[in-house]
Design a protein around this ligand. Sequence first.
Ligand code: IVH
Length: 698
Amino acid sequence: MANLDLFAAQAGEAALRERLDGLRAQLHTLAHQYYVLDAPTLPDAEYDRLFRELQAIEAAYPEWTTADSPTQRVGGKPLDQFATVRHAVPMLSIRTETDTESTGAQAFDARVRKELELLDTDAPVEYVAELKFDGLAINLRYEHGVLVQAATRGDGEYGEDVTQNIRTVGQIPLRISAVAIPAVLEVRGEVYMRRDDFEALNQKQRDRGEKTFVNPRNAAAGAVRQLDPGIAAQRPLSFYAYGVGEVAPQPVGSLFATHMALLQTLKSWGFPVAEQTRVVRGADELVAFHQSIGSTRDQLPFDIDGVVYKVNSLALQQRLGFVTREPRWAVAHKYPAQEQMTRVLAIDVQVGRTGKLTPVARLEPVFVGGTTVSNATLHNLFEVRKKDVRVGDLVIVRRAGDVIPEVVGRVANADAGGASGDVPRSPYVPNFRLPAQCPVCGSAVVREKGEANHRCVGGLFCSAQRKQAILHFAQRRAVEVEGLGDKLVEQLVDAHVIRTLPDLYRLGFTALASLERMADKSAQNIVDALEKSKQTTLPRFLFGLGIRHVGEATAKELVRHFGSLDAIMDASEEALLQVNDVGPIVAKSLRTFFDQAHNREVVEQLRACGIRWEEGAATSELPKPLAGMTFVLTGTLPTLGRDDAKDKIEAAGGKVSGSVSKKTSYVVAGSEAGSKLTKAQELGVAVLDEAALLEMLK
Ligand code: IVH
């Protein structure tokens, strides 16, 4: 603050104002690159620094804060209730084609053709095929390019004003910087939560013993309708645009000929538009789209419950019009549900890679999310108690994407005797218990203070943990040993053929082929897959080691920072803390892991077995807080010599120039500063004293 005052006094408010505008523009661009394009151009630390600089200026001049400032994304004051908003253009719903087979698409195309009075000999109708996102609809109102209001759909006519919460969504532009945009532009789309964000959020809730969310849609809806925007800001939401509401003064039909042109323009204005969106022709291509999305649905990072087809021509859309509240030109075509009801046959306890004891519900097999599910996780002891799931209960099972199927909850009133009769609900069990000894190795089971999970302390003495450690290493996202599944690992560990990871690479054809039910061909495939897996990358290898709290993203950051495995293994906790996203828990976990001789031994043996990767150079040695800035030094600084100051600025990524121009970021002035200071004042270049410079270098 003191520095800011000085800054303002010396350079004039005008310069500070300019800096403020510059910071906002830069932060808007960076947010778009980061959140929408998924291609950050600056390290997070640098973004944070710019953000804090903006916050500091706004704190000193609160009257300069605007609704579209990037600082408004962190959430404001809690509300008592949401204001009601009347939609300028009603938010309609879409007719749903519940027939999940291809006939659903054919029926829609036939209806459209009939309405348009097309003959069989006429050309196929052009459609835009989109994903049907499973979140909630939002109307974003921009006036002169600035987001002024965000509202939920509500009953279609009246919604709720959730502007504060929506401002926290990084993917939603707070202002549109394109030149020719309509004075009034309402962008409509879906706010949703990615599956990984949902899993992480629920894990966090679980760890804190707080309420978990049933599915990403509920979590997203809860966040949007959260009265405390500070909480909303911590819920990771995403957004896809799929249409518009009011557009004025010119109507949308006069600006665009097709829906696709509209979407492309929204995209160029900074709105996320799903990359799967396609223009297709006729029923056959609709069917093909439905099938191709259906077969890759699991790999999407978010939930969809179907696809949407829309007539592409806006003129034809107008001709087709509406039936009650649904347009005739659009339809939603569903997929089989990812949640189903079934019965709990038993509750077992499984031991995972880190020794965690997980209660698992054995279920009456049910087809959900595209596969038959007969086991689902209940996460931990407290979840079982909270959900009060007992043998014989009817439960909702959810399976979405690669995520392990889970029991979402018990179906109310489905108790006493059980409808199917053969599996009665177990009598009242006040406290579901976990065993005091590991059911696999007999070691003690402990729960650390403040943790929701119970663990077997057996470590690699526990065969369950060994099996899981091997499967973790061999999985697709780690070093990938194709064909090495849980059955085979179980067989290998139980038969004492392998004990440790390196043993895996000492397996020969003979050992494999002599296993029960193992054909020569399959044995050879495994040998080949093992050989192939030896050429890997360091992030995969590091992730594969299964160090607690080191996931794929962390492994990548570590490698980016340190460049080599040896550097990572030898890094101190302080050095580890310098890495993006590495906090004290992760740093400690890494140190503990590599401080154990047997872990280093495993790494050495794996290398000796021929596992290899290309090592790169460490990219991030020192933070560069002054990257992209040019400084001019003038006068005598109180403590720093000219060369010292120059060295410090350059080490922090800044440049030092001899003359002042409009491109100069800051002039650093000491006593008896001369013409350079005058020039800076004329050009409105910000002036700093030594203290302010040292502050920036921190
Ligand atoms: S278009 C007039 N496109 O589905 C058409 N809606 O009943 C208005 N939804 O809650 C909606 N994905 O939020 C459209 N690609 C998509 C969509 C989509 C999901 C939701 C929407 C609304 C419901 C429509």
